[in-house]
Design a protein around this ligand. Structure first.
Ligand SMILES: [Zn+2]
Length: 393
């Protein structure tokens, strides 16, 4: 006669070690692997702090990832203590584990005792759909998407570079985008500043950018700063952010940004464009050179775009802005090789991308010193700007 399910379970429980939730609680953090064998929907309602999740139906294929050593102490639990008993038998009899226990009463008894429960962060159904192509990439996945949603990125300028960068960072689900821009939308901007449109001429760029971003992705929180970045506000704005995207069009502010970002140890993804050529580098303080290591003194004034209106191919800031957005996302995810210590140079007419290595300057006036040694009066030191631009003509 075939024994009933209840009888089989009774036999299994008599052959495995069972352990009370109070003993499991004492074991937390003592090297035992606590394994939740419930289904994903049950796990998402809360689990024992520090527990790993391997659903019973995936036990054979995933146990090695959670507990690679067959002699290590493994404690299994489920909702009420039955599925974990079955799973314990599988680990012992079929997979050769030697030190396995099943928690009596499951998470139900654990919760009844008033012990701590950890609530796993999950994406909403809408987010799973919106970011589904990210979730399919092992380099992103749910964990990476949550990093993106938690990230705070500051965009300096909602112009040629800032427009495409902001659009794609918003689409990717970067949770907080700060935008610094004191300008309004002008008809001559629309040839390249694609976050704005013809209906918004005369509208502050920060408002226009916010409207486009909100329509694209309501997950994104937009912080607007309708100011010019300067010594009087930079130390108020920057500390709230993880990464700065530099689309600045003038050298004095670039030096100021460099000095402040080194002091605050915030990486800057920087790009510049002129005519048919673009440059990009990632300045990660103390991991690589800073902007002053690359340009100890300002470049020749005739190369300073802000000294007058310069021509630019409309798609070029798009290309460079999306290279910036890519570097930002790599930094947030911690994937790939960011362009730290490298200056990438894109020539649109030649269709070439080349790079030069740049090194930290041991004599650099800023990054050769500790962050707290950089004083307020030293930040953004730069030759007189009017005089600098006058030299261009
Ligand atoms: Zn430096």
């Amino acid at each position: 006669m075939t024994p009933s399910g209840a009888e089989v379970l009774r036999q299994i429980k008599s052959r495995i070690e069972e352990v009370d939730p109070s003993a499991v609680r004492e074991q937390l953090g003592n090297g035992a692997v606590v394994l939740d064998v419930r289904e994903a929907e049950e796990w998402s309602t809360g689990h024992i702090p520090g527990a790993k999740h391997v659903p019973k139906s995936f036990l054979e294929s995933r146990i090695e990832g959670a507990a690679p050593d067959r002699d290590q102490h493994v404690i299994l639990y489920c909702q009420s203590g039955n599925r974990s008993a079955w799973a314990a038998r599988t680990l012992i009899d079929d997979l050769g584990y030697t030190n396995v226990e099943s928690m009596t009463g499951g998470i139900t008894l654990w919760k009844d005792r008033g012990y701590d429960v950890e609530q796993p962060r999950t994406l909403t159904a809408e987010q799973r759909d919106r970011y589904s192509r990210h979730l399919l990439l092992p380099e992103v996945g749910i964990e990476g998407q949550q990093k993106l949603l938690d990230a705070k990125v500051l965009l300096l300028g909602a112009g040629g570079l800032g427009s495409p960068t902001a659009l794609y960072l918003a689409a990717a689900g970067v949770g907080t985008l700060g935008i610094v821009d004191d300008d309004t939308v002008d008809l001559s901007n629309l040839q390249r500043q694609v976050i704005h449109n013809s209906d918004r001429i005369g509208v502050p760029k920060v408002d226009s950018a916010e409207e486009t971003i909100k329509a694209l992705n309501p997950d994104v929180n937009v912080q607007k700063y309708r100011v010019r970045l300067g010594p009087e506000n930079i130390m108020d704005i920057l500390p709230d952010y993880d990464i700065v995207v530099d689309g600045l069009d003038n050298f004095p502010t670039r030096y100021l940004l460099n000095d402040a970002s080194v002091r605050l140890q915030i990486p800057v993804v920087s790009a510049a464009i002129l005519g048919f050529e673009g440059q990009l580098s990632v300045f990660k303080p103390y991991d690589g050179p800073c902007y002053r290591c690359l340009f100890p003194s300002p470049p020749p004034a005739e190369l300073a775009p802000s000294c007058g209106a310069n021509g630019v191919l409309g798609v070029l800031p798009g290309t460079m802005g999306l290279l910036q957005a890519t570097e930002v996302i790599k930094l947030i995810l911690g994937e790939g090789d960011p362009a730290i210590g490298r200056l990438l140079m894109y020539d649109a007419l030649a269709a070439t991308l080349s790079e030069v290595k740049i090194r930290r300057d041991p004599e650099c006036p800023i990054c050769s010193r500790e962050p707290d040694e950089i004083g307020d009066d030293e930040m953004g030191v730069f030759p007189d700007y009017e005089a600098f631009c006058a030299g261009a003509h």
